[in-house]
Ligand binder design. Structure first.
Ligand SMILES: Nc1ncnc2c1ncn2[C@@H]1O[C@H](COP(=O)(O)OP(=O)(O)OP(=O)(O)O)[C@@H](O)[C@H]1O
Ligand SMILES: Cc1ncc(CO)c(N)n1
Length: 270
């Protein structure tokens, strides 16, 4: 009998620089031995220095890509990344519901590391209406969680309140990522409506953090595709992204990409 292989779909934008977006997601799926598929929402001309161009795809093109993969290959888990406008967001929500995609990781991407907006103002608000209620887990960084909740997240108590509010918006669980904290450990806060868990790692002083959020959410999707429980998937994704940041590749003149195969290096010996 043929071996069963877990299948994951990324619905996101292309990063020509290979560090974030669809490219980061597919590299992560491959490293975690999950079969990766993609539905592109936009093409960006981008490198470690910035975003030079954004070309949004027609919503119908996004719909057809999702139809094509779900109807033939099957999807055990999906993740969303850059979704530039409301029309594309509506199509994605419709398809996730119609196909009852079993696990959905929503990475509410808003701004690139280089400071460029990747979705318009209306789409930021629409995330709450269309995608959060469908999310198995939503993974905002601190500025994104501030936009979603309207709170200023300068303390753990405030982050816990934001997590409660995000569960109130319909997501089944949330990770508020700590990459943007001013100092201390890189501390992520997980909440599933019942219990809080803090996932901590050392904070590395490095400019090479382009695509950390994409890689992290793709790793969660990969582990969910394999049938793991949400908190276990998030813990393993945290270990994966920590190794990826710990062993930089030193590519490009700006915020370089993380190292997707770093988990294969022995920690501390590379
Ligand atoms: N300097 C760092 N050292 C260690 N871990 C980090 C560092 N920066 C981010 N992380 C971790 O990486 C993961 C992604 O968090 P981050 O807040 O950077 O996401 P993001 O801002 O959405 O990323 P991006 O927009 O570049 O894709 C989290 O688990 C976070 O704790
Ligand atoms: C295409 C794309 N998606 C997401 C991000 C966020 O890092 C990015 N920089 N580019």
């Amino acid at each position: 009998m043929a071996p069963t292989i877990a299948r994951a779909l990324t619905i996101a934008g292309s990063d020509s620089g290979g560090g974030a977006g669809i490219q980061a997601d597919l590299k992560t799926f491959q490293e975690l031995e999950v079969f990766g598929m993609s539905a592109l929402t936009a093409v960006t001309a981008q490198n470690t220095l910035g975003v030079q161009g954004i070309y949004e795809l027609p919503p119908q093109a996004v719909a057809e890509q999702i139809d094509a993969v779900v109807e033939d290959l099957g999807v055990d888990a999906a993740k969303t990344g850059m979704i530039a406008n409301i029309e594309i967001m509506e199509v994605i929500a419709e398809k996730v519901k119609a196909y009852a995609i079993p696990n959905l990781v929503v990475d509410p991407v808003m701004i690139s590391k280089s400071g460029h907006s990747l979705l318009n103002e209306d789409a930021r608000l629409a995330l709450k209406r269309y995608l959060l209620p469908l999310a198995t887990v939503v993974t905002p960084n601190i500025p994104e969680a501030e936009v979603l909740t309207g709170l200023q997240l300068d303390s753990m108590e405030a982050r816990k309140e934001a997590a409660r509010m995000i569960i109130g918006m319909g997501a089944r669980s949330v990770v508020i990522k700590g990459g943007h904290l001013p100092d201390g450990e890189a501390e992520d806060l997980f909440y599933d409506g019942q219990e809080f868990s803090i996932l901590s790692s050392p904070r590395f002083e490095t400019p090479h953090t382009h695509g950390t959020g994409c890689t992290f959410s793709a790793a969660i999707a990969a582990h969910l595709a394999k049938g793991e429980a949400v908190l276990s998937a998030v813990r393993q994704a945290k270990a994966f992204i920590t190794a990826a940041i710990r062993h930089p590749l030193h590519l490009g003149g700006g915020h370089g990409p993380t190292n997707h195969w770093a988990h294969r290096l022995q920690e501390g010996k590379a």
